[in-house]
Design a protein around this ligand. Structure first.
Ligand code: HEC
Length: 180
């Protein structure tokens, strides 16, 4: 009995050490993975900020310089053509959607769960919403950014924007970007 207790006293700490030696690096690598993912998500958020600025600047420039009357090619249509090309080339996905409740084109409304939830939040005053999702084993950042009525000219075709207060959301850009 005495002998068994003694050997247990020797063996038990060794077993504990062994388990710790196996588990600690595992925990560490899991931690590194979380850290790497966090960094990758932050990089993707920065990409969204850059793209958002470029796309919105383009829409304002097109509206300022090329949109003369109701028959002009609207920046919204130009943006959709650009977004379709970007998606076809496999870069990322971005949609221009209505949150005012009165879309020009009924097809430009939130359809999936993320877009529906984001549209509500954007309409209620949040300028930005995002979420990391997994699809076919890959991570993607879903992000939505506010489109306010930025110019008087928008009202020429979207009469309902007249009702919007300055800075109020009438639409959103919805991004799906791989987290890499
Ligand atoms: C010359 C007319 C015209 C002007 C000016 C115009 N739009 Fe549009 N907009 C459209 C049309 C047409 C569509 C639908 C495009 C499509 O689905 O192909 C559209 C679509 C949109 C959408 C997608 C939701 C929807 O209503 O279908 C948003 C958001 C939008 N425009 C915002 C704006 C903003 C902001 C401005 C001002 C910077 C603006 N538009 C100026 C004609 C216009």
């Amino acid at each position: 009995m005495q002998k068994m207790r003694k050997s247990l006293l020797v063996v038990a700490p060794m077993v504990i050490l062994l388990i710790a030696a196996i588990l600690l690096p595992l925990a560490n690598s899991a931690n590194n993975l979380v850290l790497a993912n966090k960094k990758a998500v932050n990089r993707t958020r920065k990409t969204v900020r850059m793209l958002d600025d470029i796309y919105k600047t383009a829409v304002v420039l097109i509206t300022t310089h090329y949109v003369k009357d109701k028959d002009s090619l609207p920046a919204g249509s130009a943006a959709k053509a650009l977004f379709a090309a970007v998606k076809k080339k496999g870069w990322h996905e971005v949609k221009i959607l209505d949150v005012s409740g009165e879309p020009y084109n009924d097809d430009n409304v939130a359809k999936d769960a993320f877009d529906k939830a984001a549209a509500k939040l954007i309409k209620s005053g949040k300028p930005y919403v995002d979420e990391v999702i997994k699809k076919d084993g890959k991570s993607y950042l879903r992000a939505a950014t506010i489109i306010p009525v930025v110019m008087e000219k928008c009202i020429m075709c979207h009469a309902n924007y007249k009702k919007a207060k300055k800075g109020e959301a009438i639409g959103m850009l919805s991004y799906t970007i791989p987290v890499e």
